[in-house]
Ligand binder design. Sequence first.
Ligand SMILES: C[S@@+](CC[C@H](N)C(=O)[O-])C[C@H]1O[C@@H](n2cnc3c(N)ncnc32)[C@H](O)[C@@H]1O
Length: 257
Amino acid sequence: MLKEGQLVFLLDDKGRKHWLRLERGMVKVPSLGVVDGGRLLQSGDGARLVLAGKPFVLFTPGTVDLMGSLERGAQVITPKDAATIALELDLKDGDVVIEAGLGSASLTVALLAMVAPNGKVVSVELRSEFLEKGRRNINRTLHAHLWTGHLGDVKDISLETIADAVVLDMPDPWEALPNVCRLLRPGGRLCIYVPNTNQLERAVKDMRANGFVEVRALENIQREMEVHEMGVRPSYETLGHTGYLAFGRLVRSTEVN
Ligand SMILES: C[S@@+](CC[C@H](N)C(=O)[O-])C[C@H]1O[C@@H](n2cnc3c(N)ncnc32)[C@H](O)[C@@H]1O
């Protein structure tokens, strides 16, 4: 059952997504013109429709659709890396995650979906323009009420929240490790995402030096495949390198006797 105010997209026969918020009456869709919102509300997820003589399918978005439709600025974390982060950090309903920085909130959209409906995501962002851009992107999701954004530096920010997991996607994450040890519960998991190998080396060495164990580093390689009448091959548009991921768990600083 579709509801007024819900974000949906119309998929055209070329695979393009035309986004709109459902309302009764006529709704302006920038890439299409004006469509009858009442008619869309009466249809359902996956409904076929003909609008102005052209075929469309109406869909409610999933997390990957939302991540692919954000207002962009900084480099974003893509679904292949977000999926690995979610599983390696063992994210589940009720978890509390702290991340820095927010950037365009691509990863945040995925983190919110993982910890909903009872968890929360707290983002720390150095630059106010990214905090606002990220907020606009998060407001497109169903989980905006589970999110809090703070303008500040994760290297020294104090938060009331103690996290089950922390994600750092910033140029010098090792500088934030002493503060991360205050923000993360013992046994909690950390992910560091960096684009270059020299950053990865420094991150892993400093994670070990700051009390993290089970530290491991990896790169995700994923190739989109094109399936045509004439044959099957990897897409020429496949994104090559995205980033390196380092994971570890925080050990409690006091020993039990
Ligand atoms: C690559 S972007 C993050 C992209 C984001 N993970 C996404 O998926 O859209 C890096 C962000 O980190 C922020 N940043 C850099 N250093 C920071 C710090 N010390 N504390 C908080 N944010 C920081 C930058 O302003 C920038 O917005």
